[in-house]
Design a protein around this ligand. Structure first.
Ligand code: GDP
Length: 195
C-alpha cells in the first residue's frame, strides 16, 4: 500500500470541507508534539509530507492524504495545546469530535502516546469519544528510542492497564520510533490490513 503514491489532498477546517466518504480511511491523532508528523512521514517514506513543527498546535486542520487511488490517510489536529485562545481551542475540539464520531468510512483511529509520558487525561477524553462513537482505536507509542527497554516495558504495562476501561481500544499496542524506524513496518502492515 505504501509503495504507491501518497499525496496531500487537502486541509479541512470544517466538516463541510471533508472529501466525500467514498473510500476507507484511517486517522492519526495525538497530543501536540507527540511525534505525529514525524510518524506519518516515516510511515509514508516522505520526509516532509506532514509538517513537523516545534510550535505545538500550529497545524489545526484535518489533513487528508491519498493512499494510492482509493484510500485516505487522515492527520487530525493535535490536541491538548493550552496556549491558543480559548475560542480557537474550542473550535478544534468541536471539529475533532465531529470528525471522530461522524465519519462512516473511518476504519480505525491510531492514538499516539509519547512512550515517556503514557496516557494523559486529555488522551482519555479522546478515547472516551471513540468509545462512544464505537470507533476502534489503537495506541501507538512514539519516541521509543528516548527510553530504555525496561522503561518501555513499564510504559506498555501501564498503558495496557489503563486501556482496560476503554471498550473501543484495540488490544495490541504498537511501539514505534520515527527516528530509528522501529515499529514502522508493523504499523504499515496494520494500516494496509485495514483499508
Ligand atoms: P507533532 O506535533 O505531533 O506532529 O510532533 P512532531 O512530529 O513535530 O515531533 C515533535 C518533536 O519530537 C520534534 O522535535 C521531533 O523531532 C521529535 N520526535 C518525533 N518523533 C521522534 C522519535 O521517534 N524519536 C525522537 N527522539 N524524537 C522524535
Amino acid at each position: 500500500l505504501f509503495a504507491g503514491e501518497v499525496t496531500f489532498l487537502k486541509g479541512v477546517v470544517a466538516m463541510s470541507g471533508l472529501p466525500p466518504a467514498d473510500r476507507l480511511e484511517v486517522c492519526f491523532a495525538g497530543r501536540s508534539n507527540v511525534g505525529k508528523s514525524s510518524l506519518i512521514n516515516a510511515l509514508t517514506g516522505r520526509k516532509a509530507l506532514a509538517r513537523t513543527s516545534n510550535t505545538p498546535g500550529r497545524t489545526q486542520e484535518i489533513n487528508y492524504f491519498c493512499l494510492g487511488e482509493d484510500r485516505y490517510l487522515v492527520d487530525v489536529p493535535g490536541y491538548g495545546f493550552a496556549e491558543a485562545p480559548v475560542a480557537v481551542v474550542q473550535k478544534w475540539q468541536a471539529l475533532l469530535k465531529a470528525y471522530l464520531t461522524g465519519r462512516p468510512t473511518l476504519r480505525r483511529a491510531f492514538v499516539l502516546i509519547d512512550a515517556r509520558h503514557g496516557i494523559k487525561a486529555v488522551d482519555h477524553e479522546i478515547m472516551s469519544l471513540l468509545d462512544t462513537a464505537a470507533v476502534t482505536f489503537q495506541v501507538v507509542l512514539t519516541k521509543a528510542d528516548k527510553i530504555k527497554t525496561a522503561e518501555q516495558d513499564k510504559t506498555l504495562a501501564q498503558v495496557r492497564k489503563e486501556l482496560a476501561r476503554h471498550p473501543a481500544a484495540f488490544p495490541e499496542l504498537l511501539l514505534t520510533s520515527s527516528a530509528k524506524g522501529d515499529g514502522i513496518e508493523t504499523l504499515r502492515a496494520t494500516v494496509a490490513g485495514l483499508v
